[in-house]
Write a protein that binds this ligand. Structure first.
Ligand SMILES: [Fe+2]
Ligand SMILES: [Fe+2]
Length: 307
């Protein structure tokens, strides 16, 4: 097997200072596009009643197991926010535009768990005692962002992750009642604006630091996983979510990797000097090709199971 190309890493301080004016413009655009919303105005409070101590939920009839799994995973992922803010702030720092953006982003992210939890408490759509135990276990265990060896890696990872979250929230909402769909659509709208901020930051990084940014994209696409994999029962939840088509490998390929990496960032067409970065681009395109073959096999298997 060929040995991997050497790492191509940019100096984080240089990247942050060079990209600061772009981040300022993107934050202005973000503020102009974002819409103020109030989580409590989207919760169907009249459907709620008091809980007895020890009362069992979900109610009967409950959403199917896949939808319950998606709601639990989506919410626990949002609940991890203190660790994300800590991880991001420790990489980009708290000064200037980077600190201002991280604080605004945190304020927006913080309403997501509020909105989703309020909806679940009112509708009793999942086992709320199990949910609370899982939240305690997950947050007590902590979360370390081991996937970001550089600022550029962080921006690439967040682009992919924000888009994945938008899609997961929207697809979950599509399987809920009107109130649930509305809550998830509001959250997904925020996630989309976060995605656009990071995606366009990476687009500019590709112009200014093409070799280092391609290296970061290659690393992040190859190793991508959602931040909630340490939550209790994640594998079972993920299996159910994939089987229901809420989030699966085909979704990951066709709605995240291909549109972002190939179309928006155009990595195949980038002018790169021959050398490590060009080798990494080739490795990235090969990886996407392998992912396509996996998806084709999965679809064949699904089609033959339905015959
Ligand atoms: Fe969020
Ligand atoms: Fe977000």
């Amino acid at each position: 097997m060929a040995s991997p190309p050497p790492a191509v890493l940019a100096d984080d301080t240089v990247v942050l200072s060079e990209l600061a004016p772009v981040a300022a413009t993107l934050m202005e655009r973000h503020l102009a596009r974002s819409r103020e919303w109030f989580p409590h105005e989207h919760i169907p409070w009249s459907r709620g009643t008091d809980f007895e101590i020890g009362e069992e939920s979900p109610t009967d009839p409950a959403p199917n197991a896949a939808v319950q799994s998606a709601l639990v995973v989506n919410l626990l992922t949002e609940d991890n926010l203190p660790y994300y803010t800590h991880a991001i702030a420790s990489i980009v720092g708290g000064d200037g535009i980077w600190g201002a953006w991280t604080r605004r982003w945190t304020a927006e992210e913080d309403r997501h768990s509020t909105a989703i939890r309020d909806y679940l408490c009112v509708t009793r759509a999942v086992d709320l005692r199990a949910l609370e135990r899982a939240r305690m276990a997950q947050l007590s265990g902590g979360y370390e962002a081991t996937h970001a060896p550089s600022v550029l890696d962080l921006f690439v990872y967040l682009s992919l992750q924000e888009l994945a979250t938008r899609i997961a929230h929207r697809n979950t909402g599509a399987m809920l009642d009107a109130a649930g769909a509305d809550v998830m659509a509001r959250v997904a709208f925020d996630e989309n604006l976060h995605f656009l901020f990071y995606r366009d930051l990476v687009t500019h990084a590709l112009e200014r630091f093409p070799a280092e940014t391609v290296a970061a994209i290659e690393r992040q696409v190859r190793t991508f996983e959602m931040p909630g994999t340490a939550m209790p029962g994640f594998n079972d939840h993920a299996r159910r979510i994939a089987a229901a088509g809420i989030y699966d490998v085909p979704t990951h390929l066709t709605r995240i990797v291909e549109p972002t990496v190939l179309r928006d960032w155009g990595v195949e067409q980038l002018e790169l000097p021959s050398g490590p970065a060009d080798d990494l681009r080739e490795r990235l395109v090969e990886f996407i090709g392998r992912l396509r073959r996996v998806v084709a096999r999965l679809q064949e298997r699904k089609a033959s199971a339905q015959q």
